[in-house]
Design a protein around this ligand. Structure first.
Ligand code: FAD
Length: 290
């Protein structure tokens, strides 16, 4: 896995805005049962949280609050924001602890939480080194995939095909399979199976702006690896989108082997060692690009 182990759900307003645009299968009340099914929350027991799903969720709070987190939390309250216990609840606004899928220092990945418990099943086969070339479609129904493996190209048939090749490759595979904007498919000589103009369009960056700064002398950036880490969900001035911003602060990483020298460790200038540098980052939380 490559991720920050943030088990932060999308915000209810985001799902409801997709629903308002016409995708009513993705309203928050329709996705909530699946969030619940996916997790067992170790801190919070209520209608918004699951208790018997495969992914453990907890809010790290080992040891004292690191200085930088203490300062960030106080600054948020001073600025008039509230504190929130549950950033995965109905109203995540305010400063609260990040939920995480890390347990005792272990990343609870899809392999550990989903695959390992099922490996013994006789009806499960996982095949690596198999490259999907396209989805096979008959009468507008996916009936399998065309794949390449070990220099051979062959078909794998299935009653049910789940396309989960990621944000870039899922739409690409749909287009290679003849599902997408007509003009674009024609240009590449791909026979049209189903015209769907939105496929492969509107890719957006998840914008994040960061400021690095030197911490005051005498303050320590070190804390327990499992120490608390706060985030602030807030609504930017003049925005019609609730909780469109996420603010966090982190210490910069200490010096460690890096593939591109200077990339991770030279954050301010050569006079400030990396272990005296922290970062404030604000991330745009809007999925719809508005
Ligand atoms: C640096 C980073 C940090 C992140 N941190 C977090 C976080 O803290 N919390 C969080 O919730 N999310 C996080 N995310 C987002 C999260 O990782 C993605 O949303 C998630 O991985 C998407 O899962 P997926 O299964 O849809 O696709 P992916 O994880 O992208 O998996 C798609 C798979 O399909 C395979 N594939 C593609 N094309 C083919 C083909 N033709 N044939 C065969 N296989 C193919 C790919 O090799 C890949 O293994 C982070 C992402 C990044 C990059």
């Amino acid at each position: 896995s490559i991720n920050g182990q943030a088990m932060q759900r999308g915000l209810p307003e985001d799902f409801d805005s997709w629903s308002a645009m016409g995708n009513d299968e993705w309203s928050y009340d329709k996705v909530l049962p699946f969030f619940r099914k996916s997790e067992h929350d170790l801190d919070i027991r209520d209608d918004f949280h699951g208790t018997d799903g495969p992914i453990p969720v907890r809010r790290r709070q080992t040891g004292p609050w690191p200085d930088i987190q203490k300062a960030f939390h106080a600054a948020c309250l001073d600025a008039g924001y509230g504190a929130v216990e549950d950033t995965n609840g109905p109203n995540p606004a305010g400063v609260g602890v990040w939920p995480s899928n890390n347990l005792n220092g272990w990343r609870m990945s899809a392999a550990i939480t989903h695959l390992n418990p099922m490996r013994h099943c006789l009806n499960l086969t996982v095949r690596g080194e198999v490259f999907v070339r396209k989805v096979l479609i008959k009468d507008l129904k996916a009936v399998g995939v065309e794949v390449e493996s070990g220099g051979e190209v062959f078909n794998v048939e299935a009653d049910r095909v789940v396309l989960s090749a990621g944000a870039l490759k899922s739409p690409h595979l749909l287009m290679l399979s003849g599902i997408g904007p007509k003009d674009q498919l024609q240009k590449f000589g791909i026979p049209l199976v189903h015209e769907l103009s939105g496929v492969g369009q509107n890719l957006m960056n998840h914008l994040s702006a960061q400021i690095t700064f030197k911490v005051k002398d005498g303050l320590s950036l070190h804390g327990d690896v499992d120490a608390v880490h706060f985030g602030l969900h807030y609504t930017s001035n003049g925005s019609s989108e609730v909780n469109d911003m996420l603010l966090r602060t982190t210490p910069m990483v200490s010096q460690r082997p890096e593939r591109v020298p200077g990339l991770r460790t030279k954050y301010l200038n050569n006079e400030v060692p990396p272990d005296r540098v922290a970062r404030l980052s604000v991330t745009l939380g809007l999925p719809d690009g508005s």
